[in-house]
Design a protein around this ligand. Structure first.
Ligand SMILES: Cc1cc2nc3c(=O)[nH]c(=O)nc-3n(C[C@H](O)[C@H](O)[C@H](O)COP(=O)(O)O)c2cc1C
Length: 336
């Protein structure tokens, strides 16, 4: 027996694929998605994913070991494709028999999907377009997360609702597609499930859970934040591409604009080369997220958050958040 029969029926494929009770992934969030939140999500019936971010293989190894000590349920690992040690990180996942790896941050390099599958892991890719969705599936991805620009963190240009309409009718019948970006309530989950999604991925809604180690000041900023405060960063110089990042506006977001101008000037003067310039911009955010999440510097750090931040109003245990989402989802489906 289940309290959520309609939701369970629509989530069946996704939940079986993940090996979880509910087809709800907590999207990897750098610095936030570590052992405590990941194990709490999996223990509550969702699917937790460790954010490897810029971790070394040794750190990832330790994080996986520590997470295993906190849950016997399956969880995944999110690897950033441009990490210079990607194949060493894949080897760590293989040694730990990680069942599911999410490859994020761009086109997976040659051999990476194959290496993961050889190690027995299922692979999820995050395509920004229908064409890339088809390409990733041809390359061996077992499932996809489609993530719209409402999401927190690095984002593409297209909204979740449009991506869902472009991709789900075409691919969802034969493939496992999880929808992410801007989901704060179960009614939205119901809608995407009815469109054929195998499940959903949420980040912002879980970032301030009781089990999240995010600094109290980071959590307070989320509780205060409204949808309109979670803004995408803007590219200032055409030579210096910026993958937009959605974060709560603060002094740090303003300074990012200044940083781009400063780096552009260094480029103009020949003091640095293009590669170095682009790296400096990427690194700005990597350090800034840690400052906000761990140190609680909500002025200068990056408060990565999706537009659903307006629906995050208090600290709640992961199990309560999941129960609320499932109740809302079931109630919405029951009205149909
Ligand atoms: C603070 C924060 C950090 C994130 N870091 C990552 C990351 O390291 N890798 C990744 O693939 N996605 C990252 N994301 C995106 C989430 O995994 C997830 O897809 C997204 O939050 C879903 O949209 P939502 O925020 O609207 O729920 C991050 C999101 C947030 C809010």
């Amino acid at each position: 027996m289940t309290a959520y029969p309609r939701a369970h029926a629509l989530m069946k494929r996704g939940a079986e694929f993940l090996g979880s009770e509910y087809a709800i992934l907590c999207g990897a969030m750098s610095w936030v998605s570590e052992r405590n939140l990941v194990s709490a999500i999996s223990n509550a019936g969702g699917f937790g994913v460790i954010a490897c971010g810029a971790m070394t293989p040794e750190l990832l190894d330790a994080e996986i070991t520590a997470t295993k000590a906190l849950t016997s349920k399956p969880f995944g690992v999110n690897l950033i494709t441009m990490h210079p040690g990607l194949f060493d990180l894949i080897a760590v996942c293989a040694r730990h028999s990680i069942g599911l790896v999410v490859l994020a941050g761009g086109i997976p390099p040659k051999g990476s999907i194959e290496a993961l599958k050889e190690a027995g892991a299922k692979v999820i890719c995050i395509p920004p377009t229908l064409a890339l969705a088809k390409k990733y599936l041809r390359s061996g991805a077992d499932a996809l997360v489609i993530e719209g620009m409402e999401a927190g963190g690095h984002i593409g240009p297209v909204s979740t609702s449009v991506l869902a309409q472009e991709i789900l009718p075409e691919l969802a019948a034969d493939h496992l597609i999880f929808v992410a970006g801007g989901i704060g309530r179960g009614e939205a989950i119901a809608g995407y499930l009815e469109m054929g999604a195998a499940g959903v991925q949420l980040g912002t809604r879980f970032a301030c859970a009781t089990e999240s180690i995010a600094h109290p000041a980071f959590k307070s900023a989320f509780f205060r934040g409204n949808a309109r405060d979670a803004i995408a960063s803007v590219q200032v110089d055409p030579r210096l591409p910026v993958i937009p990042v959605r974060a709560l506006k603060n002094k740090g977001t303003e300074e990012f604009t200044a940083k781009q101008l400063e780096v552009a000037k260094l480029l103009d003067s020949g003091a640095i080369e293009m590669g170095e310039a682009q790296l400096q911009i990427e690194h700005y955010w990597a350090g800034a997220l840690r400052r906000a999440v761990i140190d609680g510097d909500v002025e200068n750090g990056s408060l990565m958050a999706g537009q659903s931040v307006g629906m995050v109003s208090k600290e709640e245990p992961v199990a309560d958040i999941i129960a609320t989402l499932m109740q809302e989802c079931e109630a919405a489906l029951a009205k149909r």
